[in-house]
Design a protein around this ligand. Structure first.
Ligand SMILES: [Cu+2]
Length: 151
């Protein structure tokens, strides 16, 4: 029979976050893509919709990709009539709602591309959320949909 202390230690171990799965977190990413840019472009962006099927607000805190030297979360702000990109610390995904990452709005910025991205290529992208969960995506590279206009 294990000592009470050992039982406590085991309980603490089991309670450690182990990287929740998509089903645990209730976060579902749909229609992700990385914008195809002309060869030589040093940056591009990833867009997607993230829906939150859980009962609590979630935040996207971080994104990582091996194809870029750094990855930042960005939004656009109206600076006296000029739309400029701003880095943000998180992208909010309200409980029962969703976050739209789209051209001209919030996006995942890929800065310092290590090589030109090809049309149809899949880019590994890891998203990390405030509940400790993460999602690893293989995001296709494609042209921006015409309806969404320019970045
Ligand atoms: Cu940006």
């Amino acid at each position: 029979m294990p000592s009470p202390l050992a039982t406590l230690a085991l309980a603490a171990l089991l309670a450690l976050p182990t990287g929740a799965t998509a089903a645990d977190s209730g976060l579902v990413v749909s229609d992700p893509y990385v914008r195809l840019m002309p060869p030589g472009s040093p940056t591009t962006a990833a867009f997607m919709s993230i829906s939150n099927r859980s009962g609590s607000d979630r935040r996207l805190l971080q994104a990582e990709s091996p194809v870029a030297r750094s990855v930042e979360l960005h939004t656009h702000v109206d600076d006296h009539g000029v739309m400029r990109m701003r880095r943000v610390t998180a992208i909010e995904i309200p409980a029962g709602g969703h976050a739209e990452l789209h051209s001209g709005g919030q996006h995942v910025m890929l800065i310092g591309l290590r090589q030109p991205l090809q049309d149809g290529e899949r880019v590994p992208l890891t998203l990390r959320f405030d509940d400790g969960s993460s999602q690893q995506l293989a995001v296709p590279v494609r042209r921006a949909p015409a309806a969404h206009g320019r970045h």
